[in-house]
Design a protein around this ligand. Sequence first.
Ligand code: GRG
Length: 298
Amino acid sequence: MAPDSFTGWMTHIQQRTEAALECLLPDTRHAPARLHEAMRYVTLGGGKRVRALLVHAAGELVGAATDNLDRLAGAVEMIHAYSLVHDDMPAMDNDTLRRGKPTCHIAFDEATALLSGDALQTLAFEVVASPMPGMEPAIQLAMVQRLAQASGHAGMCGGQGIDLYSVGKALSQPELEYMHLLKTGALIRAAVMLGALAGRPVTTEETDALDHFAKRMGLAFQVVDDVLDCEADTATLGKTAGKDAANDKPTYVSLMGLGSARQFARDLAADAFAALERFGSDADRLKALASYIVARSF
Ligand code: GRG
């Protein structure tokens, strides 16, 4: 039984996600042990698990089975972990610190980092496509499609491409928004949609409302990330702080300044909240999670 308070629930879901990942990830006693160690190193024991929390909060709203949500949350966290591993590599952001420890290519080597990211991505799809109690195969197919769209050229990879090709360029607010809609927002939207698909059937209007919520929160998450990159220190973030300015990357802070960026995040969250009105108190968990995303300090 999940605790009632938001912080109690958050800890409970973070622990469930860790336990689910423990089971889903390959055993280091099996070959190739080094690859399996790297996959576990980058996925276990770290991260806020925001995407897993979104899967569960959206799933609760539609009465989805918690065990199925654990698997879906684990899959989304695997895709997220893979993106962080590849993003940190020398060909991309070239970073040495992630989640308070050396990045994968530093702790292991570049080839292992590349492979572990690839293997995490394919494992995520295997998990979503594997039979789940009470789940129609057609629903799982829709989930696979959502996750693939969110991860590929029209989602996270596409957004990362725009990011890479934008260094040193001044982006307009719509251009910056489009980049983040893909890079960070697409997986956040997929997390909400996978949760929402896992329970009772949802109407088109409900799907649209949840998608609007997820879209606004994906952007709010990124705006807060930009603010924290300026305001917080490396020890608090567990990753190198101040990298955006150092790398001359366009961000919400460089575009509109710190105060306006903070206000923009609050405005986005208010708009996201409004989309949930039709669900009444069933959406309380999602709302509490949205408030946490905007107020977070790391
Ligand atoms: C390499 C295909 C590919 C994609 C990379 C998402 C991404 C695209 C890169 C991550 C780098 C980054 C700093 C993105 C900005 C926002 C973001 C996704 C931050 C990290 O997410 P958190 O804060 O991390 O949820 P934790 O560690 O808490 O899971």
